[in-house]
Design a protein around this ligand. Structure first.
Ligand SMILES: Nc1ncnc2c1ncn2[C@@H]1O[C@H](COP(=O)(O)OP(=O)(O)OP(=O)(O)O)[C@@H](O)[C@H]1O
Length: 244
């Protein structure tokens, strides 16, 4: 067990956003949370991440993972006055020293995210995709075992998003971690996930769980395979039902 939720409920005033949510995520798993806008995806992610308290129920996270968490949000939130390398290595300034040196860790994540040649640049000198990769590199530099991704590539074009999805899979292959992804993009959910949780629009519940039985890392050619198309249809169908 990596992460276990039992009957988690959360309301904002009169609005019940999460109702009796129970789920389990195993180590190394990549799961996506999808659902209509406003159904409670980010709230669920934030409750799992401990950024928001639940009203009742429990969230149990393996202690090994609990102390090794990172977040990537839709906005890369880079500091304009710091070069890329200083932005990416920021978490090392506020966490306990790691076994490897700061420079080694920095070089590793720069290579993983294809940013080596840009390390001396300032955020305004980078493209949107590069800034997002920098945000990912910053999240990876502490070698987290649990990664929360809240619609990280929502603002990017289709091709850049696809490239980053491939990169995350490569990274996951090299340094396995448990990943929880919130996304609006159904293709991304199918491509990236072992399992997809579909939230209902007004129910506050997970209405369906879809498993994508395809080995990792997945290649770009997976987008053209029958299994991918079948799963995409299944997700669409389930989502339509969940929105009724
Ligand atoms: N801090 C808060 N205070 C009051 N209401 C909130 C708060 N955070 C979220 N909500 C409400 O809870 C509901 C779920 O919000 P949430 O952001 O979790 O949805 P979402 O599925 O992630 O939406 P989107 O896909 O549009 O980002 C919404 O109606 C939102 O207005």
């Amino acid at each position: 067990m990596s992460v276990k939720l039992k009957k988690v409920c959360k309301s904002f005033g009169e609005l019940q956003v999460l109702e009796d949510i129970s789920l389990e995520i195993v180590p190394g798993e990549i799961v996506s949370i999808i659902g209509a806008s406003g159904c409670g995806k980010s709230t669920l992610l934030r409750v799992i991440a401990g950024l928001e308290d639940s009203d009742s129920g429990s969230v149990l996270i393996d202690p090994e993972l609990e102390h090794s968490r990172s977040f990537v949000f839709q906005d890369p939130l880079l500091l304009d006055w710091r070069k890329l390398e200083a932005n990416i290595s920021l978490p090392l300034e506020i966490t306990a020293p790691q076994e490897k040196s700061k420079e080694t860790l920095l070089q590793e994540v720069l290579a993983l995210t294809n940013l080596c040649e840009h390390r001396q640049k300032y955020p305004h000198e980078l493209s949107g995709g590069m800034r997002m990769r920098a945000s990912l590199a910053r999240a990876l530099i502490t070698q987290p075992k649990l990664i929360f991704l809240d619609e990280p590539f929502g603002a990017l074009d289709e091709m850049t998003r696809e490239k980053l999805n491939l990169e995350i899979q490569q990274i996951h292959q090299q340094k396995p971690s448990t990943i929880i992804l919130v996304t609006h993009n159904l293709s991304e959910a199918v491509f990236m996930s072992h399992r997809i949780f579909v939230m209902g629009l007004n129910s506050g519940r997970i209405e369906a769980e879809i498993t994508v039985d395809q080995n990792f890392p997945r290649e770009a050619s997976f987008f053209n395979e029958n299994l991918f198309q079948e799963k995409l249809c299944e997700v669409r169908q389930v989502l339509r039902e969940a929105e009724r």
